[in-house]
Design a protein around this ligand. Structure first.
Ligand code: APR
Length: 227
């Protein structure tokens, strides 16, 4: 089976009703990223940071995977599909994708603020200030904040470097190191980009599909059939 590696971003979940970050009406228009998505913000104003992620988690409860997520899951019938996602939602998993690597953490998990190995599933949507890990420290969102290392990056680079086909869906490619993953692919690896707005990507062998994730995945299926 050929190996398809997918890098997904917030646009993947837009048709499920989740807001992207940098589009018009995106989350970073309403919030200053430095106030809600950095370790310094968590030190300074944990109430605000915690509320931001509780809101994200509560919204996720009412969302369902969209056609794009489902078509990606279906691709597993014909390909060895590996998804590397910048998204912190669980919509790829809920659509049935079996190999999903989260680069930027997972909304439905929380972890100890003194021991990053202590990670827990959160029951429901609400993390409360005062909820502690077994070592007695405050639990924090299991999110990779700006300025923090991306622990899954080595594994992601390894996966990308062995792709037969690489697909980028719904990311503005603004945030590194994730945005650089496509450059780990072999020189003969075809790259497809699904996004209504072409992200800046100048390299050989890129096919742009200027559609939303759902329609773009339908088009990708046709194109894969003719590879
Ligand atoms: N289908 C596909 N793509 C879409 C759709 C859609 N329905 N709607 C919007 N897009 C595209 C936009 O054109 C844009 O290129 O999705 C992209 C969203 O870009 P960003 O908002 O920058 O999101 P992303 O690239 O995932 O952000 C990366 O930044 O703030 C951090 O940690 C956060 O993981 C996130 C990272």
């Amino acid at each position: 089976m050929k190996k398809i590696v997918v890098l997904s971003g917030a646009g993947m979940s837009q048709e499920s009703g989740l807001r992207t970050f940098r589009d018009m009406g995106g989350l970073w228009e309403e919030y200053d990223v430095m106030d809600v998505a950095t370790p310094e913000a968590w030190q300074r104003n944990p109430e605000l940071v915690n509320r931001f992620y509780n809101d994200r988690r509560r919204q996720l409860v009412d969302c369902e995977p969209n056609q794009g997520h489902r078509l990606l899951a279906d691709l597993e019938n014909d390909f060895d599909v590996h998804i590397i996602t910048q998204n912190v939602d669980d919509l790829h998993e809920r659509a049935g994708s079996s190999k999903v690597l989260h680069l930027h953490g997972e909304l439905k998990k929380v972890r100890s603020s003194v021991d990053p190995e202590l990670i827990f599933d959160l029951d429901g949507w609400e993390l409360k200030l005062g909820d502690t890990c077994p070592k007695g420290s405050q639990l924090r969102p299991h999110i990779v904040w700006f300025g923090e290392a991306v622990p899954a990056m080595d594994e992601a680079a390894e996966i990308a470097s062995t792709a037969d086909i690489f697909v980028v869906i719904g990311t503005s490619l603004n945030v590194y190191p994730a945005a650089g993953l496509v450059h780990y692919t072999a020189s003969n690896c075809p790259v497809f980009v699904i996004d209504p707005e072409r992200p800046p990507l100048s390299m050989r062998g890129v096919t742009f599909i200027e559609e939303k994730a759902g329609a773009g995945m339908l088009r990708l299926k046709e194109l894969l059939g003719s590879l």
